[in-house]
Design a protein around this ligand. Structure first.
Ligand SMILES: Cc1cc2nc3c(=O)[nH]c(=O)nc-3n(C[C@H](O)[C@H](O)[C@H](O)COP(=O)(O)OP(=O)(O)OC[C@H]3O[C@@H](n4cnc5c(N)ncnc54)[C@H](O)[C@@H]3O)c2cc1C
Length: 280
């Protein structure tokens, strides 16, 4: 089945966008891996019409509202998005297709500031793996998302070491991949990254790929070649990114990181998608 819109994110932005689209008559799929930023918000007291509510309840009620309108809401992790004629969305458990795509996936929280200041550090194996053919590569991560990046890199690079940074490996690695599983103490370099230092030693490298935790809006956007500024997705006044048919709303577009802004953008985004689909 091809959806009119696949929405990544089941927080206030994604769910609001889905509710408006559904009521405009479109078929929508929402995919979210968890409760997003609101999971950590113990008390919300500044959202219109509600004196006090916990973040967890606000997310739960929004999702329940969407489901009651007949919207499909999946709990799953999106690990890759490709744009062909439509958008192909790969998750940990399936593959979905949408005529339009909405990134409502919140702010990215898995940046790695220790390495960010150096050249030779990448968040996208597909974009940058090619530059490190025959070089020594560090890949930092322990999850399914890391495995996806590893599979991309393994086609191009021969010398890859996975650094789990003290975390347990959540996936089985292909044979022959080196793993360092103790905590990273330091990342060394001049302007270019040169080494990863852990308790067990110093590992000289030529490049480093970051795939910590789960795929974030930031990493998905890098894969797609989307415009970013200050770690936020660049969108036009219709909330469309530089890729036609790909929209974004909520925290992922930066600015005021609040529920009211996420909800407002979700609604506007739905209107823009409706106009876009009608014009196609
Ligand atoms: C501690 C804390 C307290 C806060 N207090 C307030 C407050 O009092 N008032 C207020 O207005 N705001 C508050 N906020 C901010 C508010 O939570 C956010 O502005 C709001 O949740 C943004 O909504 P969003 O839908 O854009 O993103 P989020 O709510 O973060 O939702 C992001 C969604 O994207 C999903 N996602 C991300 N990556 C993937 C992936 N790869 N695959 C699948 N799904 C993915 C997540 O699972 C989630 O469903 C607080 C935030 C925090 C952290």
């Amino acid at each position: 089945m091809i959806y009119d819109a696949v929405i990544v994110g089941k927080g206030p932005a994604g769910i609001t966008c889905a509710i408006y689209l559904k009521r405009y008559g479109y078929n929508v799929l929402v995919i979210g891996k968890d409760g997003g930023a609101l999971e950590g918000a113990s008390l919300i007291e500044n959202y219109y019409g509600i004196k006090q509510i916990s973040g967890k309840d606000l997310v739960k009620f929004g999702i329940e509202q969407a489901i009651s309108l007949g919207i499909e809401v999946l709990t799953d992790e999106v690990i890759n998005i490709d744009k062909e004629v439509n958008f192909k969305v790969t998750t940990a458990r399936g593959l979905y297709e949408g005529k339009t795509l909405v990134l409502a996936c919140g702010t990215s929280r898995n940046r790695y500031p220790l390495a960010d200041k150096y050249e030779g550090v990448s968040y996208c194996a597909t974009c940058d793996g090619f530059f490190y053919r025959k070089k020594r590569i560090a890949l930092i991560g322990n999850s399914l998302y890391m495995l996806h990046e590893l599979e991309v890199l393994a086609n191009m690079c021969k010398d890859i070491t996975v650094f789990t940074d003290g975390l347990e490996l959540e996936v089985k690695l292909p044979e022959g991949v080196k793993v360092v599983s103790d905590k990273i103490i330091n990342v060394d370099g001049d302007t270019h990254i040169k080494a990863i230092v852990t308790k067990s030693g110093r590992y000289e490298i030529d490049g480093c790929f970051i795939a910590r935790g789960k795929a974030s809006g930031f990493t998905l956007a890098k894969h797609l070649g989307l415009g970013l500024s200050d770690n936020a997705l660049r969108v036009d006044d219709k909330l469309m990114t530089n890729i036609s048919g790909l929209f974004a709303c909520g925290d992922v577009t930066g600015g005021l990181l609040q529920v009211s802004k996420a909800v407002g953008e979700g609604a506007n985004c739905a209107k823009s998608i409706s106009d876009y689909l009608k014009n196609k």
